[in-house]
Structures are given as structure tokens and as C-alpha cells.
Design a protein around this ligand. Structure first.
Ligand SMILES: NC(=O)c1ccc[n+]([C@@H]2O[C@H](COP(=O)([O-])OP(=O)(O)OC[C@H]3O[C@@H](n4cnc5c(N)ncnc54)[C@H](O)[C@@H]3O)[C@@H](O)[C@H]2O)c1
Length: 354
């Protein structure tokens, strides 16, 4: 881009399947409000990827579109993938896992904060009493797809999946987590099953031990994941930055999300510093509520908030997060959070507050 041109944040919009388009439309309405209030430049481009197109053409993520997403954008805002008409979800694997793997988006960041005490299933936890950032490794562990079945559908069937950890994978994620802890409450806990999974999870501990002395201002500890699950339920306020491999992070982040209101409030970012980043709600395509107006758009809007923050637009990100929190507290929200507004009404409410 020539130096004289204004700096635009280039956002690719990939709504996907099910409620994906509903929640991404909501997020775009809030983005328009951000632009109106704070100025700054955004360009957006919609990408038609998903089940509908796959069923019509057999295409999932064509190379030209992948290259465009990789080279022409600062961020991707994605809805959800998954359609009952594609039982194998092959399109979702190609698109979502394809983007994460091919862009090597190794950090999956899931911030979890309790904004209204009524949403916490635990007794006596006040707003702010849960405030953690789950940092999940996003490219390795048992999700690499190495394995298979031997003598399938017989009584001798054997099934095997490989859990893969690399020193590079551990080091780069822990580095990110330590730096993040420095911007928060300076506490980091690595959750693993190194007692049972000695090699793959032992490597995480080795990496932590080597890196911790470089961050004397961060209190770095380890917990077995089963103990972490218990402790997260009994003493959630103790957790600040929580690190786990792909599988442990997957499980603990859902537990953490349940402490603050569930899927409708859980945003995420998949990143690799210096590359286009992917922002998406944690929830799926929720085929059971498509078209009913019940889809909670706050997770998608909070994902937009993360995008704005990563682009250095702190004031705008703060405004979006505050408006979302206010909508929860004032019950200007969808039925999953005991509100009575529709997806579009919540979007309009949040946009107006921004
Ligand atoms: N990142 C993704 O794209 C992603 C993640 C999980 C599941 N999926 C896919 O989504 C499809 C449905 O999966 P699922 O039912 O297990 O999970 P889901 O997250 O789609 O839905 C689980 C339950 O939560 C509800 N829910 C989810 N998001 C909501 C929202 N924003 N507002 C209100 N309620 C919401 C749904 O109605 C459903 O009852 C499957 O095809 C699955 O593979 C995709």
C-alpha cells in the first residue's frame, strides 16, 4: 500500500453455516457503529464459503480464496460451520481446520470474564470473580489426525490416535502466554496430564521450566488437568492465564465458559503473530435455532472486540465489550441469557450503546 494512503483494517467476513450468518450480520452492525463513533477505516469483504456452496459445487476452500484470505486481509471474522445435510462435515474440516492449519494459527485465545453474577452456576461468585484467559495450542496434540483403525467393525478392532507435541510448538505458545500474563495479573498455570502422558505432556513441562526464569515477574505453576478442572470450579478467581495443549485447552475452555454464561458469550481468536488472524465465536452453527431469532450474537460481537483490540483500536474494543456487558446486565439479550430480545434487536441495542 503506498505510504500516502490511509491505513485501513481489512476484514474478511466468513459467515459460514447455520446461525453463522445471523451472528456475523449482527457483528457487522456493531462494526458500522464503531466506525461511526470512532472513525478509522475498515474495509470488509464477504466470502461465500460453507455447506450451501459445497452442496451446489463440491467446493470447500478453493486455493484462490485461501490465498486471498491469507494475503489480502488483516483479520477474518468467522461465524460457524456445520450443517446436518453434510453429515461428515467435510466442508467444515476443509475450511475451518484448513485455515487454522494452513495459516499455522497456533494460538487459540479464549478470554473468560464474569460480567453478571447471575450467570455463574457457582455460589457466591461476584462479577469479575472469574477473569481468565485460556491459551490453547491450536495445531498439535491428538488433533493432528495421525492414527486409524485396524480390523474395524470386528471384535478385534483396534483404534489409535497419536498425541503429538513439538518443542517448537510448546515454546512458541508458552512465549505468547508469558507475554500475555505480563499484561494481566502476572500468573500463568500450565495444565496437563504429565503424570500419565509422560512424553507429550512432559515436553510442555520441560519447555515451561526452561522459559520461566526469563519471566521472573510472572508466577508460573503447573497443575494436572483433572485437578485444574476441580480447582477452576471451587476457586475460579485463582486463575489468570491458563495454558494447555489442544485437547486440554479445548476441555478447560468450555468449563471456563460455563462459569460465565456459556457458549453465547464465548469469543475466541486464533493467531500467529504477523499473519492474518481468525476471530470467531466458540459456539457451533446451532442448527436447532437457525432462523428463530434466538441466536445470541454477543460471542460474535465480542470476537469483533478482540479483533479491534489486536488492531490497536483499544477505545473501540473497550466500548464494544462494555456495551456487551451492559446488555447482559440489563437483560437486553437473547433467551439463553434470560432475555427476550431477538438476535437483530440485541445487535441494534449494542450498536446504539457503542
Ligand atoms: N467453530 C465451529 O464452527 C463449530 C464449533 C462447534 C460445533 N460446530 C458444528 O456445529 C454444529 C452443531 O453442533 P453442536 O450442536 O454440538 O454445537 P452448537 O454450539 O452449535 O450448539 C450447542 C447448543 O448451544 C446452543 N447455541 C449455540 N450457539 C448459540 C448461540 N449463539 N445462541 C444461543 N444458543 C446457542 C444451540 O442451540 C445448541 O442447543 C455441528 O455441525 C458441529 O460440528 C462448529
Amino acid at each position: 500500500m503506498p505510504a500516502w494512503m490511509p491505513q485501513f483494517t481489512r476484514i474478511a467476513l466468513v459467515p459460514g453455516d447455520g446461525i453463522g450468518p445471523e451472528v456475523i450480520r449482527a457483528a457487522v452492525q456493531v462494526l458500522d457503529a464503531v466506525q461511526a463513533r470512532f472513525g478509522g477505516g475498515f474495509t470488509t469483504q464477504w466470502f461465500d464459503l460453507g455447506a450451501e456452496r459445497y452442496l451446489k459445487t463440491g467446493e470447500t476452500l478453493p486455493q484462490a480464496e485461501f490465498a486471498s484470505l491469507r494475503d489480502n486481509f488483516d483479520a477474518i471474522l468467522l461465524g460457524a460451520f456445520g450443517d446436518p445435510r453434510v453429515p461428515s462435515n467435510v466442508h467444515a474440516k476443509d475450511i475451518l481446520l484448513g485455515l487454522r492449519q494452513r495459516l499455522d494459527l497456533y494460538v487459540n485465545l479464549r478470554p473468560v470474564r464474569l460480567v453478571d453474577a447471575r450467570l455463574c452456576p457457582l455460589k457466591g461468585v461476584q462479577a469479575g470473580g472469574v477473569d481468565m484467559a485460556i491459551v490453547r495450542e491450536n495445531t498439535e496434540s491428538v488433533y493432528v489426525g495421525i492414527g486409524g483403525s485396524f480390523k474395524p467393525d470386528t471384535e478385534d478392532e483396534v483404534a489409535q490416535n497419536t498425541m503429538l507435541s513439538t518443542r517448537k510448538g510448546c515454546d512458541r505458545l508458552l512465549r505468547y502466554a508469558f507475554e500475555l500474563a505480563r499484561t494481566r495479573r502476572h500468573k500463568l498455570v500450565l495444565c496437563d496430564k504429565a503424570n500419565a502422558i509422560e512424553s507429550a505432556h512432559g515436553l510442555w513441562r520441560k519447555s515451561l521450566k526452561a522459559m520461566a526464569p526469563q519471566y521472573p515477574d510472572v508466577q508460573a505453576t503447573t497443575l494436572y488437568a483433572d485437578v485444574a478442572a476441580m480447582r477452576m470450579t471451587t476457586h475460579p478467581h485463582e486463575f489468570d492465564v491458563v495454558v494447555g495443549d489442544n485437547m486440554i485447552g479445548d476441555i478447560l475452555s468450555d468449563l471456563a465458559a460455563a462459569l460465565v454464561g456459556g457458549l453465547g458469550l464465548a469469543p475466541s481468536a486464533s493467531t500467529h503473530p504477523g499473519r492474518v488472524a481468525l476471530y470467531e465465536p466458540v459456539h457451533g452453527s446451532a442448527p436447532d435455532i437457525v432462523g428463530t431469532g434466538k441466536a445470541n450474537p454477543l460471542a460474535a460481537i465480542l470476537s469483533l472486540g478482540m479483533l479491534l483490540r489486536d488492531q490497536g483500536l483499544t477505545q473501540a474494543a473497550d466500548a464494544v465489550e462494555a456495551a456487551c456487558a451492559q446488555s447482559v446486565v440489563e437483560r437486553a439479550c437473547t433467551p439463553d441469557l434470560d432475555g427476550s430480545l431477538t438476535t437483530e434487536q440485541v445487535a441494534a441495542w449494542v450498536a446504539a450503546r457503542v
